[in-house]
Design a protein around this ligand. Sequence first.
Ligand code: 8YV
Length: 328
Amino acid sequence: MTTKKPLVIVTRKLPEAIETRMMELFDARLNIDDTPMDKSALIEAVKQADVLVPTVTDRIDAAVLAHAGPNLRLIANFGNGIDHVDLQTARQRGITVTNTPDVLTEDTADMTMGLILSVSRRVGEGERLIRSGDWNGWGPTLMLGHRIWGKRLGILGMGRIGQALARRAKGFGLSVHYHNRRRVHPDIEQELDATYWESLDQMLAHVDVVSVNCPHTPATYHLLSARRLKLLQPHAILVNTARGEIVDEAALTRMLSNHEIAGAGLDVFEHEPAVNPKLIELDNAVLLPHMGSATIEGRVDMGEKVLINIKTFVDGHTPPDRVIEGLL
Ligand code: 8YV
């Protein structure tokens, strides 16, 4: 007797090696042309699937989950952040949720460091100057940015990515400061040479660079509110490789255009993929299309994690990357 393979619906195109393995292991329904699914397609998917593999571009909210069929037992997210899935409703309906932590930590920390350097040293502006054809040659006062060596970095969220950023930052001569819900273990603090600020407000007022590295949860929505952004010093820069919703983007845009802060490096946006048109006009903002974890190696590792989570689950075990609401 052959047992029926579980129907796994994958919402976006994944690396080929992952899709091949997905088809070997499961009854996989892939999205070959990569058109993002609209709400009605997602509803159809949750009605039919045993396992759904969404990404950050799919809003799996209570309204979608209300249509989940009795077979849907697992949502195996391709990605670490899980704010696009209504975890409470999933739990109430007995649906397990997994994600892909660890494998995108180093790549995202690299991109964060890249944004810190790009904003401070005006990499985007320099590139645009060359491409405009207006560059007339070297000048002693041309394209002056700010040195990062010796400056203070304030990391908001000292989890895996925050810590990986701290290790890099040390090498660039930045002193590391952080705010986190919980103070990290003293051994980690010592290894990272990191100073803990219990008060986020006070940390913001004392650092030169702020990096957002916490997850987006109801508690962190607009954590960097208009009031808190005003605490930053005029020479400070802000980088965000976490989630746009953590920062009040309209307030940030106003402050950047009034030069109340010096610059921002944003890989994520509050209403993605929409980007505030005023932000696009600003020279002191470096803007990237949510590519913090976008390496070939990282995407394959993420896919491997998804496969392992599904396989473990359908074999009757607890998947390694089960998301537990309260621990986010
Ligand atoms: C992923 C991300 O590319 O994993 C995350 O939380 O933000 C991105 O780096 C995306 O989530 C894939 O779903």
